[in-house]
Write a protein that binds this ligand. Structure first.
Ligand code: HEC
Length: 143
């Protein structure tokens, strides 16, 4: 066996075997009245494409989300993301918390911390332009 094969064969075998680890995706029902919505179409579109997968209960899963260990990696990020900020529960936050969340959104968007690097590397359209960042910042500052 060549050196490359000696390394590749076990890796492929292990990846194949771990696919049998059972996994149940958590689906949380969405209450339409609690969802964040805005008439500002631009802001809504930006949030939909760049934030909702990790900050709502309406994640759109790609096919590879079923592949172990990608599923665990995504589940971990989505749980953490929605713990910090969940647009599916926005209207159930007390007004104070909404204001605080809006401030944090402004901060992470201005500092370009969100969306996370690995996310927009995969979802190219989620890499925000300066104009899109400005639109989010202006909107959430006005809340
Ligand atoms: C790939 C998943 C992912 C995407 C996409 C994403 N976030 Fe996050 N976000 C997280 C995770 C995980 C955390 C918590 C850990 C952290 O702060 O790094 C977080 C934290 C936050 C926080 C809280 C920061 C704090 O200091 O508590 C805000 C606000 C936020 N995100 C806003 C956004 C906005 C706005 C977008 C879209 C422009 C976005 N996120 C896109 C995963 C994501």
């Amino acid at each position: 066996m060549s050196k490359t094969k000696k390394i590749l064969v076990p890796i492929v075998l292990i990846l194949g075997l771990i696919q049998f680890i059972p996994y149940q995706r958590i689906e949380i029902p969405v209450d339409a009245s609690a969802k964040f919505t805005t008439d500002n179409v631009e802001v809504q579109n930006i949030l939909d494409k760049a934030c909702m997968d990790c900050h709502s209960n309406e994640t759109k899963y790609p096919w590879y989300a079923n592949v172990v260990p990608v599923n665990y990696f995504l589940a971990n990020h989505i749980t953490e993301g929605t713990e910090h900020l969940n647009f599916s529960e926005w209207n159930s936050y007390p007004l104070e918390d909404q204001k605080h969340a809006a401030e944090e959104i402004v901060e992470v968007v201005e500092k370009k911390e969100m969306p996370m690097l690995f996310y927009w590397l995969i979802h190219w359209d989620a890499k925000l332009t300066d104009a899109e960042r400005d639109a989010l910042v202006t909107y959430f500052k006005s809340l």
